[in-house]
Design a protein around this ligand. Sequence first.
Ligand SMILES: NC(=O)c1ccc[n+]([C@@H]2O[C@H](COP(=O)([O-])OP(=O)(O)OC[C@H]3O[C@@H](n4cnc5c(N)ncnc54)[C@H](OP(=O)(O)O)[C@@H]3O)[C@@H](O)[C@H]2O)c1
Length: 316
Amino acid sequence: MRILLLGGSGQVGSQLLLTLAPLGEVIAPSRADGWDLSDPSDLAFRVEQLAPEVIVNAAAYTAVDMAEAEPALAHRVNAEAPAALATAARSLDAWLIHFSTDYVFDGRGSRPWCEDDPTGPLGVYGQSKLAGERAIEARHARHLMFRTSWVHGPRGGNFIRTMLRLAGERESLSVVDDQVGAPTGAPLIAEVTARAIARVTARETTRKTAPVQKALDLAGTYHLAAAGEASWRDVACEALEHAKARGAALRCGPEQVQAIPTTQYPTPAQRPLNSRLNTRKLREAFGLALPAWQDGVHQTVQALLAANPPTSSSQA
Ligand SMILES: NC(=O)c1ccc[n+]([C@@H]2O[C@H](COP(=O)([O-])OP(=O)(O)OC[C@H]3O[C@@H](n4cnc5c(N)ncnc54)[C@H](OP(=O)(O)O)[C@@H]3O)[C@@H](O)[C@H]2O)c1
């Protein structure tokens, strides 16, 4: 099976390089190879030339605050490029696997969001990701779309990396505690994605010989997040606690992390207060168990400490 992976240098994409490998031949061209998704004009043509059976799009414009000043660029990468990928998927009869975000919701209430709940993005990033979802659906390509939340992992910039750095530099931290969601590790997202691809493509190959449920029955949008819920402050405390337990010499421990409301940490883009995602549909459709968010946080802390053990100068 030939798989085209876009965004292979990102948090999720770099993990997908590992988890997709056993499924077949993975082609992962980068922006440096000329695959710039901000110019999607010939993207469908390029994809069709490669003729993959599965297209995995882990590329995205993810700078939530910068997007407020660059709406056209965010729209090209997050909506027009996915539209072109869906066009190619449709003409190749390939599967398109795409990722979206909790930021498509407005964050009202405290109930975990279901896939069919009304959307209402609060900022440009969420709007552009929602436009990407709609563009894919409108092209009727076979697709799996995974909305995930608060991604972290061993590679790239993320909240846990920032907390470990700041805790090495400062004696106290103030962290928002009224935005609630589930931090989700890129390795988990990549593992679930690979299993889902294996499942839908296996169903297809057996379709002709056995009366199995059609793979197409599994197509659609799913919420993919670690189990449980946390505020950003909870995540910071869990990460610092685990880092200390693993021997990191931090100036700021969990006891020195002050809770502040979002109103005391203004950002260019407004974030949803309720980022909880209901993952029942994914777990039932694919027969998966999703681990607690703390497991993923521990995994990322360990990976970051192993890659960059705290030194005396970084603790000063
Ligand atoms: N990060 C989060 O907290 C979060 C939360 C919810 C959902 N998501 C979604 O999850 C998916 C993966 O996110 P992530 O955190 O892995 O993203 P990431 O670490 O920011 O990586 C983004 C990837 O997209 C590529 N990319 C960006 N602009 C590009 C362009 N113009 N042309 C070609 N490639 C481009 C980057 O390539 P370069 O290395 O060349 O820049 C990189 O490989 C995205 O769909 C995102 O919207 C993320």
